[in-house]
Write a protein that binds this ligand. Structure first.
Ligand code: ADP
Ligand code: MG
Length: 682
């Protein structure tokens, strides 16, 4: 956005092509990248007085040597040296390990600066850094950078310093004065400088606050601008369904809707009826009944003469959705078509043709559905299921497929509310926060793998009562590196155990789609009582007679995923159980198992997981749709995120933002990001 920040990093004196290569792994390509390559923490060398010292903390003190050092040797290389030091009229002991060679420098009466770990009870400092004389102020806080490859911290610091020399004065200020004033934030130049060269912690904190806000504001501006533009320029369809017809449809469903389902149905139908183009996220915990909501909306669409598509991530899920939708829609004479990778040849040709002619009005499929050669006659509604993993860009690409269909994203991943509004700031959000009546809470237990015999006894009891069980394993085959149970082994063990009494099926990602389909069919028809599987059954699969979910190596899964897996049971009238076989070594790992046994509520679980691990882990690596922030942390700084969201919404809706000079950089940023090429939006 500004020439200086965008200059290639080789413009910095001392950085040639070779050095530039070394900076690439750190994703430093421009002068701006270099100047904004911030330290991830600071080493504190601020000299403290005796009374400021806290037990077990790493501290720096200045004192006078009061004794000859004594050194004890243990073998050739090991030694322990101790010396008495006077600070603030109190004698303490300084201990050095394996640094006997320093003894000559510790002369009686000389002043020294010592850094190390403080033991308040023994008045002892275990020294990690020693300097002669009083080393005060100068390097009070030392920035620590992460480096990679051949690049050393020293060289990196040199580059940053040089970049400041040449370009420091030209760092532009993207934020308007009024915002800086409102939040008492330092200017950009000052903040960037202070993060590299802080005078003290407070200054660093202050500078960080500024950058966090700026990062969030950019992010939210993009979201809010998308949202505004798609609303304004939306030539979205008005889908003129007949309300009474929908009411009749709902009345004839096999069950009454929950209040929450009714509420979200209204929200979605309102969007569809309005000329705005719908861009809505529907969140609902596993089993909350999203499928029927989708069915109602699709019904509304086709009654108004439009086609509707449901897009899902896996073939199995697509097939299941076809079944459940068919069951709901067949009584109304509506055909539900399937289009996935395994629909081939003549069948595919025929399906595609009928879609193009508008003879097939409801199509369920994988990504293949909305790709090139598939043309809809009149596509009015696209629903995606379990696609929370999409980022903002992908969401936009999807919306731009077809001719301005309304888009509904469904997800069972319970995204904490605080995050949802921010991360999905460009969308409207509907939440199903209520389970269908009469659902029994799944009982979850955590046990060590050694207890397998007892787990199998329990399984047998359930099976004898006519129920079915899932057994989930992390990997397909034995791996050298990971000592994990694998589906194939476990399948063999269970077959051996249950012999001919029960049928054990096996399902994993390497099976041919038609084989998967077979296995799944057999399981739904109760021809197989135990289904051993990898996580391919994770999403959406619905077999209400299954009441037991056993998960091997549960500590290897994320909480969100465990919750998804658990959601495969508890879908019918019978009491269901989830057993986690896990032996986590870390405290966090144990805590996660406890969280699973404590709560069935996906939202509670996600909040606690978030506290425990942060958002990156929660969503699965790099799949959150969140940009990479340089310093901001969505969890830690969520208040700033919320403030930035409100400010961004206000800004994009103000005239001044688009016309005033003081917002130039922010507006330019949006242009650069392609947000403003609004014509393309629809
Ligand atoms: P999910 O939100 O996880 O996709 P589903 O749509 O698969 O949940 O619904 C789970 C089960 O609950 C299905 O068997 C469905 O028929 C049933 N169901 C959905 N809504 C209701 C309701 N209002 N009352 C009773 N059962 C319902
Ligand atoms: Mg579902």
């Amino acid at each position: 956005m500004n020439e200086v920040m965008n200059l290639p990093v080789t413009e910095v004196k001392g950085i040639g092509e070779e050095s530039a290569k070394q900076l690439e792994p750190l994703r430093i390509y421009t002068v701006g990248d270099l100047l904004e390559y911030f330290p991830f923490r600071y080493e504190d060398y601020q000299v403290k007085s005796l009374e400021e010292l806290r037990h077990e903390e790493r501290v720096t003190i200045v004192g006078i040597i009061q004794s000859e050092p004594t050194v004890r040797y243990f073998g050739k290389k090991k030694n322990r040296m101790s010396v008495r030091v006077l600070i603030d009229q109190v004698l303490i002991t300084a201990v050095f390990f394996n640094r006997g060679f320093l003894r000559k420098q510790l002369t009686l009466g000389s002043e020294v600066t010592l850094t190390g770990k403080w033991d308040q009870h023994r008045l002892t400092l275990t020294v990690s850094d020693f300097q002669k004389g009083r080393q005060d102020g100068e390097r009070a806080l030392e920035p620590i950078y992460s480096v990679a490859g051949k690049l050393t911290t020293k060289t990196l610091k040199k580059y940053i310093y040089q970049a400041f020399q040449q370009f420091g004065d030209d760092i532009p200020e993207p934020l308007p004065l009024e915002l800086l004033d409102a939040y008492k934030l330092p200017g950009k130049k000052e903040a960037v400088f202070r993060l590299h060269y802080p005078t003290d912690r407070l200054a660093a904190k202050h500078a960080r606050r500024r950058i966090v806000y700026e990062e969030f504001l950019y992010f939210q501006l993009k979201m809010q601008a998308f949202r505004k533009l798609s609303r304004e320029q939306s030539t979205g369809r008005t889908i003129p369904f007949d309300k009474e017809e929908i009411a009749q449809f709902i009345k004839k469903l096999p069950f009454p809707l929950t209040n929450a389902q009714q509420r979200v149905v209204n929200e979605i139908l309102n969007d569809m009826k309005s000329p705005y183009r719908m861009n809505r996220l529907l969140q609902g915990d596993v089993g909350s009944g999203k499928t029927v909501v989708a069915a109602i909306c699709m019904y509304a669409a086709i009654r108004a003469g439009e086609q509707a598509a449901l897009m899902v991530p896996t073939e199995i899920l697509a097939e299941q959705h076809v079944q459940s939708l068919q069951a709901l829609l067949q009584p109304f004479g509506i055909e539900v078509a399937l289009l996935t990778g395994s629909v081939k040849g003549k069948k595919r040709k025929e399906t595609v043709e009928r879609i193009a002619k508008g003879e097939l009005n409801i199509v369920v499929g994988t990504h293949a559905l909305i790709q090139e050669d598939v043309h809809f006659h009149q596509l009015g509604l696209v629903i995606t299921d379990e696609q929370h993993r999409f980022g903002v860009e992908q969401r936009r690409i999807l919306r731009d497929k077809g001719e301005t269909p309304d888009v509904l994203f469904m997800t069972a991943t319970p995204i904490p509310r605080t995050l949802a509004i921010s991360v999905f700031g460009d969308m409207d959000v509907s939440i199903i926060d209520e389970m269908p009546a009469g659902r029994k809470a799944i009982e979850t237990y955590w046990t060590k793998p050694e207890m397998l015999e007892r787990v199998l006894a329990f399984m047998e009891k359930e099976l004898l009562a006519g129920r079915q069980a899932y057994v989930i394993c992390p990997l397909i085959e034995e791996s050298d590196k990971l000592d994990v149970q694998n589906a194939i082994d476990v399948h063999a063990v269970l077959q051996q155990h249950f012999q001919s009494r029960f049928h054990v099926g096996l399902m994993h990602g390497r099976l041919h789609p038609s084989e998967k389909d077979d296995v799944m069919q057999q399981f739904s028809r109760n021809q197989i009582q135990i289904l051993v599987s990898t996580t391919v059954v994770e999403v959406g699969v619905n077999v209400p007679n299954a009441t037991l979910m056993v998960i091997y190596d549960a500590e290897r899964f994320g909480l969100a995923q465990l919750h998804q897996l658990r959601g495969r049971v508890g879908r019918g009238e019978h009491q269901s159980y989830c057993i986690l076989l896990a032996d986590p070594k870390s405290e966090v790992g144990k805590e996660r198992m406890r969280i699973m046994t404590d709560t069935n509520d996906g939202f509670v679980l996600s909040e606690r997981d978030l506290e425990l691990r942060g958002p990156g882990d929660f969503f699965g690596a790099k799949q959150s749709g969140l940009p990479d922030f340089k310093v901001a942390d969505v969890v830690h700084d969520y208040r700033a995120l919320e403030v930035a969201r409100q400010d961004a919404a206000k800004l994009v809706n103000s005239r001044a933002f688009w016309e005033d000079e003081s917002y130039k950089y922010l507006a330019l940023y949006l242009e650069k990001e392609g947000v403003l090429s609004g014509e393309k939006l629809d």
